[in-house]
Design a protein. Structure first.
Length: 345
């Protein structure tokens, strides 16, 4: 009897998810003779027994597609002992021999708990924020950086034409990887990340120095999870939290723009890239990385390396424990951020 493998995608979508699914199914069918079932909308689909058959026909033509053909959600099976037990029960009822969970720290944190409860689980790291420990790089991150960099490139010309300062808010809840990479690549005049609280006096000093030197515009790149030095909380759009306890971030770009204009007298606008960074076709790099992750994930299943996550270490894909992968947030390397600082002002 063919072994049945489940696949789910959880948390925020990002470019490359479909490439992972495609690689898992293609090699799983051709090399190992496995059958596959897709769990729809992340852990929500497992709790509700909402599934779809996956085969070579269903994954054909999906390599270049953004988003996820399985859908996603921020449902947390670990929100109560009852939901955890229900997830285990439905895993058994589906007759799964293994489950591959593709997601970030929340999705894989739940996967680690279910593995401890006896389920055969392999994880694949997915977060455009690139903040998942255990791996050097998460797929989707490079595509998000390219999207943000293109936006910054376009904003340079309009900022210069109107002698404005423009604040570009990019994603990054706890870590400023996108802001740092896009800030360096796009020639940001100031780059602000969650790892260091915003010093408004310093930011405005840099902008005023540029003006004094005849540079009549500035580009300020800020991660959404940044906060001001004298504040303990980040800016949010509402106080509501998702099932993993996360508030909906947003607003730092507008607040920063208001403060800069008030303190410098320079007309300042904010551009919030938001979900544009998540959408669209994955870059060639991310298509290849996603494919490598998918191949490794199904190989781990075949080798019964359960409780592991596929991780990029150097140029190799290696297994790391799910518990290690979700133990802490991977924050920006300060050596890299210091490179961005060289070009401030």
């Amino acid at each position: 009897m063919k072994e049945l493998i489940g696949i789910l995608t959880g948390g925020g979508d990002c470019p490359g998810l479909n490439a992972v699914i495609r690689a898992i199914v293609r090699k799983g069918v051709d090399a190992y003779g496995y059958s596959f079932v897709g769990i729809k909308d992340g852990w929500k689909g497992l709790l509700e027994l909402d599934t779809v058959k996956l085969d070579k026909d269903s994954i054909r033509g999906t390599l270049h597609l953004g988003g996820t053909i399985l859908g996603s959600s921020r449902t947390n099976p670990g929100k109560s002992p009852e939901t955890l037990e229900l997830a285990v029960k439905h895993y058994r009822e589906l007759g799964l021999d293994a489950l591959i969970a593709i997601g970030g720290d929340d999705t894989l944190g739940a996967a680690a708990r279910l593995y401890e409860m006896g389920l055969n689980i392999v994880g694949v790291p997915k977060t455009i924020d690139n903040d998942l420990s255990g791996t050097d790089l998460s797929f989707g991150f490079i595509t998000a950086v390219e999207t943000a960099t293109e936006a910054i490139d376009r904003l340079h010309s309009t900022a210069e034409s109107h002698h404005r300062a423009i604040v570009v808010e990019v994603m990054g809840r706890h870590a400023g990887w996108i802001a740092t990479y896009a800030g360096i690549a796009g020639g940001g005049d100031v780059v602000l990340i969650p790892e260091e609280p915003i010093d408004l006096e310093y930011v405005c000093k840099l902008i005023n120095q540029r003006k004094a030197l005849g540079r009549q515009y500035s580009i300020i790149v800020v991660a959404e999870g940044c906060r001001f030095k004298d504040e303990s909380e980040v800016a949010t759009l509402s106080g509501e939290k998702d099932e993993f306890g996360h508030v909906r971030l947003g607003g730092i770009g507008n607040r920063l723009a208001e403060e800069i204009e008030k303190r410098t007298g320079i007309e300042t606008r904010a551009t919030i890239l938001g979900h544009i960074q998540r959408g669209g076709t994955p870059s060639a790099f991310d298509r290849v990385l996603s494919t490598r992750y998918g191949i490794a994930a199904i190989d781990f299943v075949h080798e019964k390396r359960f409780g592991k996550m596929t991780a990029l270490r150097g140029d190799k894909i290696v297994p790391v424990d799910l518990s290690e992968a979700t133990a802490e947030t991977r924050t920006v390397d300060m050596e890299l951020y210091n490179i961005a600082k060289v070009f401030f002002g």
